[in-house]
Design a protein around this ligand. Sequence first.
Ligand code: UTP
Length: 406
Amino acid sequence: MMNYEQAMEKLNQYGQTQILRFYEELNEEQKASLLDQIEKVDFNSINLEPLDAVKGNIEPLGAMKLAEIAARKEELKEAGLKSIRDGKVAALLLAGGQGTRLGLDGPKGTLNVGLTKELYIFQCLINNLMDVVNEAGVWIPLFIMTSDKNDAATRAFLKEHDYFGYNSDYIRFFVQEMAPATDFEGKVYLEAKDHIALSPNGNGGWYKSMQTAGYEELLDQMGIEWINIFAVDNVLQRIADPVFVGATVLSGCEVGAKVISKAAPDEKVGVMCYRNGRPSIVEYYDLNETMMYQKDENGDYAYNSGVILNYLFRTSALKRIADMNMPLHIAKKKIPYVDENGVFIKPEEVNGNKYESLVLDMIEMMEGCLAFEVERAKEFAPIKNMHGVDSLDSAREMLQANGIEL
Ligand code: UTP
């Protein structure tokens, strides 16, 4: 293990010696723990350079639209059900985020959306997956990615609720990696005198974390060829949706992306596009006015397919890209920290950066992406905030509109 001098040398290299500011005040155990953290942290995951997201030549990428899907529904569904029944499809819940906008104490999935009864976010998702399990007549392996911050609470909650009726033999958890959080100058915060402020490193590292957990071999043994990853907060989404699975498998693409038509050209959602001829996603803040209102040959908006964080990846492609470097995005967040006087501060305003890799950057590494349109009113009710847009309130209304009793 690193001694004090070695730790200091490493920190010096990265301009982070403030981490040892309170070292002399710590007891032996705390000292050892802090040195251990310094040894393990990868300071290269701090990058203050903003990404040049609009680089390259952006062009529209057409989607498989609702009308075409409806016309081919039986054929697509049959193909999807076959893959599911052959055990080739797994689902993966991305639940490592901190949900800071919601401001809940526990994991986001433990939020009760019910009004007259208990109905938790996790429960909504499992209910949705159960529809497919019942239709296909087989259990679908469900992986759940957590982070150090919420792993124990997530496992305990699901166990306590008997996995909401899911067969726990088919549920597997793994923990994602963490990255240091910094102030706006890139100096790493301490969350306690003996603790570096660490936060989940984004949802883009999920496959690497699966590998670290030893699940790549398991996927091979099980014969899994497709993984449907989905976010924790969209309580209406369909998971391992047979029609979507069938359409992606038959398309020959390495990934399928569920998309919705934008509510308005300026809606704040990332849209599917081609970048330098490769499938990609352009973030809403990078979409300029011309692109926003550009029409395609049918008179529809050309950049109209908003992504909803529900993707079906081919495992062979995931293996190929696992070791590729992913860009680091800066997320400005409220980060609790110990100031230079040793006082613990819980900030009211954003005070620093977290550095995250994102799933959307994996799309560009894929050979072909099928954008698959779904109905917003039936499949997109994300809970990011308590009230307002994309909130608990709006999701409740949408659940009720879909006949789900609260
Ligand atoms: P969000 O972009 O909504 O981030 O995550 P968040 O951290 O949960 O919430 P805010 O921004 O702090 O309010 C989209 C999905 O990606 C997962 C989340 O759990 C959610 O399902 N995610 C995000 C991870 O699994 N790990 C991460 O490090 C970040």
